[in-house]
Design a protein around this ligand. Structure first.
Ligand code: VGL
Ligand code: ZN
Length: 213
């Protein structure tokens, strides 16, 4: 890889937080998120940092009264789908509540050049690290521009929700994207497969591991 290209590559580690993992007995634990998975994510992230790439994280960071929690909709149960602002909204178990242990990122926070929090508006969900479902942008794009990033290496949880949305918004914002599949975990096999195919068809390079970076 040309040295000048290396300077323009950034990494986004999506939502590697306790509540999404079996490792921490999370409230929305995704299949395959055991201790070995977290270690693999940490090792790869350390290597990418040692190679000189800026490392960013997204962090789901919801208030207790968040509209995506089934508990805030009387009569509804986890994984029901409702209409919210005219769009389908999956109702999740409460997760990643601000300042709760389950919201903590499971990697050493010193690894990150910046952490972008999302999902703070109680009335909108925000799978994407770039913007919420109401269209309110986070600081992600301006942050990446400040670092001169043109190409993103992305991995984390969940392939079919926050990874997918972050990757699609990265493409829409003009970044080239490499997805590291072995460092991603999805909520359900069918939606995960669909998300991988969708990302690939839109130009994302899907790689098994982060070895080349
Ligand atoms: C996520 C569901 C709800 C994710 C976040 O990180 O993929 N999924 N909130
Ligand atoms: Zn969430």
């Amino acid at each position: 890889m040309a040295a000048r290209e290396a300077e323009t590559i950034g990494v986004i580690v999506v939502d590697v937080q306790g509540d999404f993992t079996k490792f921490k007995n999370g409230s929305l634990a995704v299949e395959g998120t055991d201790e070995a998975y977290i270690k693999a994510v940490e090792e790869s992230t350390k290597k990418l940092k040692a190679a000189g790439f800026p490392i960013f994280a997204t962090q789901d960071w919801h208030p207790k009264n968040h509209a995506s929690f089934f508990t805030n909709h009387p009569g509804k149960k986890a994984f029901d789908v409702i209409k919210l602002h005219g769009k389908d909204q999956v109702l999740w178990p409460p997760h990643c509540v601000q300042n709760s242990p389950g919201a903590e990122i499971l990697l050493d926070e010193k690894l990150f050049d910046a952490i972008v929090k999302k999902g703070m508006d109680p009335s909108y969900d925000s799978y994407s690290g770039f913007q919420d479902d109401g269209g309110k942008r986070t600081e992600m794009d301006s942050l990446l521009k400040r670092y001169g990033i043109k190409k993103l290496v992305v991995y984390g949880i969940a392939t079919d929700y926050c990874v997918r949305a972050t990757v699609l918004d990265a493409l829409a914002s003009g970044y080239r994207v490499v997805l590291i599949k072995n460092l991603c975990r999805g909520v359900a096999p069918d939606t995960t497969q669909k998300a991988l195919e969708e990302m690939k068809s839109k130009g994302v390079l899907i790689k098994g591991d982060s070895a080349l970076f």
